[in-house]
Design a protein around this ligand. Structure first.
Ligand code: HXC
Length: 515
């Protein structure tokens, strides 16, 4: 064959492969409001940057008449491309081909691109849209999942791994996203569950729709399995790209610096955000926006465990991981879910060289049987572990309340914070003045001719003595009591001073965090 005919033959083969599951299946996909796998990849990557591999891979199965069926690319597209000019690895399951079901060759393709990502030290983006293990391929499909889970774990903490759920992701398939760093979901499109509605009905007699069982809102608001929620695919792709501007490409490098920009102080005036009355709520995200470059803050898990806020911003162009109690939701207490949320975020930042800034205003851990039975001891310990283990620069600013276990947990000096600052409104004590006075002055209050008056006097006495930053400052637990208006300046300085921070940690294979 001449070169020309060879090239024409190649083009024809590509044309057929590019049709995926065929026109009907593509129409069905569009009717569900979903893009095709290749359209999704193109929408995420820089224009014309995608290079596809394994386009001609086909399944090798024979049972159940599989030898008579052709699945182009075996239902998954893999390749490399760029986002903002930087290389990434990507795969997208193609639901138009056998429902994106995962057989041996499909899994091998995903494993191949994962191996590339790890070897090349570039992020991995995985788009999930699949009926799960390909039933006809039996144990080979299960083996394929195992191979992927192993690679997710190996890559954890080395390269960022992003999972995008754009269709069904059922059964054991959910565990690949669960092992990755960030999970993106889209309203009415993403469906994630271990067992679908049919099984739930059979086993529990419970009737529930796919959406109610494992829709995007469920995982964004209730289970906490998802980190970013979007109303449509395009919004989801924008979120992916925005996140990638904040995080580093691997654990060997820092995030790309951005040109520094002053915060929008007219919108976020730091002196007017926090009410001095410790019982009054406010939105701590405004404090973050008041100190972050351009007031730009990308919140992670925005709708889950809203009593804590985590996310990325920049200070003088450098990416910062912000962790902040949210006084307007349950007074910002730490509970099981908020501990999980914070612990995981802190560990991501630490693994990827992102300095941590913590804003503290909270009354402690949430009491009660519900939390105790759910394991608030075990979950709460995750925050202590994550902060203690972290070796990136760690800076805390106490805005108002820092009570009890919360004071210690929120990156205290005792967990080796590098810099501890407090506003003059800070109250650092074992517990709030009301509770403290009721306990330590109980006898005096009870025996007083006017218990209510005495109680008020004792509360005031306790507040005067302990509910301030100066006792902690007198012991060197707080490095500096600062005015709110000085916060950004001191953060800039602390981050600059910490830029060459080195920490010796005890030799060990790995720690055993309270998972
Ligand atoms: C083989 C599959 C498949 C699968 C879908 N298809 N899932 N083929 N194995 N797991 C095929 C269908 O036969 C159909 O082929 C095409 O994909 C499209 O599927 P439809 O059912 O027509 O689409 P839709 O109505 O949109 O329903 C999508 C669905 C449903 C909800 C995902 O297909 C479904 O329930 N599939 C099975 C889900 C499941 O139970 N998977 C196994 C989970 S257990 P044709 O030829 O008709 O177009 C698991 C274990 C992993 O994954 C464990 C790892 C540790």
């Amino acid at each position: 064959m001449s070169l020309k005919r060879n090239v024409l033959d190649l083009r024809k083969r590509k044309e057929i492969a590019l049709k995926g599951g065929g026109e009907e299946a593509i129409k069905k996909q569009a009717a569900m409001g979903k893009l095709t796998a290749r359209e999704r990849i193109e929408a995420i990557l820089d224009k014309d940057s995608f290079h596809e591999y394994d386009m001609f891979v086909e399944h090798q199965a024979k049972d159940f008449d599989m030898d008579k069926k052709v699945f182009h690319g075996d239902g998954v597209i893999i390749g490399t491309g760029t986002i903002y000019g930087e290389p990434i690895c990507i795969y997208a399951q193609d639901f138009t081909v056998a429902g994106g079901s995962l057989g041996l060759m499909h899994a091998r393709k995903i494993s191949k691109i994962m191996d590339h990502a790890l070897k090349m030290h570039v992020p991995l983006v995985g788009i999930n849209d699949s009926g799960g293990a390909r039933i006809q391929e039996g144990v080979d499909s299960l083996a394929g999942y195992g191979d992927i889970f192993f690679r997710n774990t190996q890559a954890s903490g080395v390269i960022p791994q992003l999972s995008v759920i754009l269709g069904p992701c059922a059964g054991g398939a959910v565990y690949s996203p669960a092992l990755t760093d960030f999970v993106f979901v889209v309203d009415n499109i993403s469906k994630m569950f271990i067992t679908g509605p049919e099984v739930v009905k059979t086993v529990l007699g419970e009737e529930i729709s796919m959406e109610e069982l494992g829709g995007a809102r469920v995982h964004s608001e209730i289970s906490g399995n998802a980190h970013f929620f979007a109303l449509n695919e395009q919004e989801c792709f924008e979120q992916i790209k925005k996140l990638l501007t904040f995080i580093p490409w691997s654990n060997r490098v820092k995030a790309r610096p951005f040109p520094p920009k002053e915060p929008k102080t007219k919108l976020y005036n730091i002196e007017k955000i926090v009410p001095s009355d410790p019982t009054q709520p406010y939105d701590v995200r405004d404090v973050i926006r008041a100190v972050a470059d351009d007031s730009d803050f990308l919140e992670v898990q925005q709708s889950f465990a809203r009593n804590i806020v985590v996310g990325f911003g920049r200070i003088l162009g450098e990416t910062i991981g912000f962790v902040a109690n949210q006084p307007r939701v349950m007074a910002g207490v730490l509970d099981c879910d908020s501990s999980d949320k914070a612990g995981r975020f802190i560990r991501f930042c630490d693994a990827f060289n992102i300095p941590l800034v913590t804003f503290e205003d909270m009354p402690g851990y949430l009491p009660g049987t519900e939390q105790e039975y759910m394991g608030v001891i075990r979950h709460g310990a995750k925050v202590l572990y994550a902060y203690s283990e972290a070796t990136v620069p760690k800076i805390t600013v106490i805005l108002r309340k820092a009570y009890g276990g919360g004071y210690i947990a929120m990156n205290s000096r005792h967990l080796k914070a590098d810099f501890m600052f407090a506003w003059p409104t800070a109250e650092i004590a074992v517990m709030g003045p009301e509770g403290a006075a009721n306990i330590i002055f109980r006898k005096e209050i009870m025996s007083s001719p006017n218990p209510e008056e005495t109680r008020k006097a004792k509360v005031a006495e306790y507040r005067e003595k302990f509910a301030n930053p100066y006792v902690a400052a007198s012991k060197g637990y707080i490095d500096s009591v600062i005015e709110p208006s000085e916060t950004r300046k001191i953060l800039i300085h602390s981050i600059e001073v910490s830029s060459n921070k080195t920490v010796m940690t005890p030799a060990k294979k790995h720690g055993i965090p309270p998972f």
